[in-house]
Design a protein around this ligand. Structure first.
Ligand code: ZN
Length: 305
């Protein structure tokens, strides 16, 4: 009994301290060690290390270039991916297997210009594999049924696309942490049906949490949106640099403003049930170069540091 009382007291003191410090020490993510490349492509004076053999729908892969390079980009699935220079290390790009890409082989092209002005192209075939996303049904209360209209969905994704497309050529984050410690109730990529009407895709993951639970930024970055969206409700979007964004939805309270720099673990808002939500929870999501990726896999992945 005393033990339980002490534990409870300790937890309350810790929570009070975290709230006072405006920081939340949710689960830290230990950065994985750099893996060995799976393949190396070469052109005169240039080497391209590929850190994946195939890509599952909704995941990303890393490519590293070394040599005397002035400019480089990757072309994959009708998107252009910039390479970022990390002095003394090399040039890096993240290529994405979109959540809705059909599982098959696709060409990947690396366009590289060296310091002498010579252009090289390196080619590779990348297989996208099926993630076997499952289905999930939801019922919304009558006052929220308008949120199942395709036009509401289309407008929100169009607005988000504008927000998650700019690529900042610098890295703002250091390491990552989970936004909160709470049970996961829904995974990335699911096909979702609301009130037997609209079918959509789940761009993030959901944690079950009562209204008012503090939510932390997963890493350092700049807030590029803090306000109301139809589907995501009260929403915070953070730009971490290198084209990486994290978004947090359905808040009851926002603690940050657009333009503000936030630190990893900083409390950015409190969980709620706003927007297209059928109960209090946190939805959080990660986008890279304008595509949504599995946020849990993202936190566990190796990134250049
Ligand atoms: Zn969700």
């Amino acid at each position: 009994m005393v033990m339980i009382m002490n534990k409870r007291l300790l937890l309350s003191v810790l929570l009070a301290f975290c709230l006072l410090a405006n920081r939340l020490s949710a689960q830290e993510v230990t950065p994985p060690v750099r893996p060995a490349p799976t393949e190396t492509l070469t052109a005169p004076g240039i080497s391209a290390e590929v850190y994946f053999s195939q890509l599952q729908q909704g995941t990303f892969g890393i490519i590293r270039l070394t040599g005397s390079i002035t400019e480089a980009r990757a072309l994959f699935l009708n998107r252009q991916y910039p390479f970022f220079e990390r002095p003394g290390d090399g040039w890096y790009a993240f290529v994405i297997a979109a959540i809705d890409a059909r599982p098959r082989d696709y060409p990947l092209a690396l366009m590289i210009r060296d310091t002498a002005g010579t252009d090289s192209t390196l080619n590779k075939v990348v297989t996208i594999t099926n993630a076997n996303f499952t289905n999930q049904n939801f019922n919304l209360s009558p006052d929220r049924v308008y949120l199942t209209e395709p036009e509401v969905e289309r407008l929100e994704f169009a607005r988000l696309n504008v927000l998650i497309s700019p690529v900042r050529p610098e890295r703002l984050w250091d390491t990552w942490q989970m936004p909160m410690e709470a049970p996961l109730i829904s995974g990335f990529g699911q096909y979702r049906i609301f009130n037997q009407n609209i079918q959509t895709r789940h761009t993030g993951v959901d944690h079950e949490a009562p209204v008012g639970t503090p939510v932390a930024a997963i890493g350092r970055g700049e807030v590029v949106y803090a306000g109301r969206l139809d589907i995501r409700g009260n929403y915070v979007l953070i730009d971490h640099g290198y084209g990486i964004y994290s978004g947090y939805a359905h808040f009851s309270q926002l603690n940050v403003q657009r333009g503000q720099t936030v630190e990893k673990g900083q409390i950015i808002g409190l969980t709620g049930n706003t927007g297209r939500s059928s109960g209090p929870h946190l939805h959080w999501e990660v986008a890279i170069n304008g595509e949504w990726v599995d946020s849990i896999e993202f936190l566990a992945a190796w990134l250049p540091s």
